[in-house]
Design a protein. Sequence first.
Length: 219
Amino acid sequence: MTTKGSALVIGVGPGLGLALAEAFAADGHPVALFGRDAARLDKYASALTAEGRTARAYAVDAADPEGLATALTRAADESGAPEVVVYNAALINPDAPDELDAGEFAHSLAVNVTGAVVAARTVLPLLRDGGGSLLFTGGGLALDPSPDYTSLSVGKAALRSYVQSLHQQQGSGVHVTTVTIGGFIGGEDPRFSSENLAAAHLDLHRQPQDQWQAELLYV
């Protein structure tokens, strides 16, 4: 039986992030959970371990490039070469385009975009056997921006452009794609439950190479 490479899930909270960690753990991957709340991450990792999974927690702020790169490298050392990375971190704050604070806007982009770039650049040389998946949780705001969530809209649009560029660069070597979620996560529509969205990410990781695309429009 082939041992699977680790799954690094960045941006683990009580919704989609936890569902992603659970899905990849259930699929047999050692999982590393990254987020800002150390106590919450430890609780999640302990619960997965109690189920017989392999899980480790790493408290880090996605807006801290050096800290994020260090944590990812450490996770690869402790859990084994990564086979899949999911960048799910996002800063979701309401803001209007004519009221943006420069500092807050820069911090939002640091989480929503720069952290994804740092994660990709750090992990690409570490990927198991030089291949695997880099999956990014996108959003419908990249296609239909909202004046009520300007920073998030700009961030998701920038993330989408970055992932598509990275997809073209990597070609057939690494599966790079974004899941553009065109709905409210955890709302009344069961299609957008955290569990179903996590399953969509896992399906992308399993996808045959001849079906790879830069984007999954989940609408």
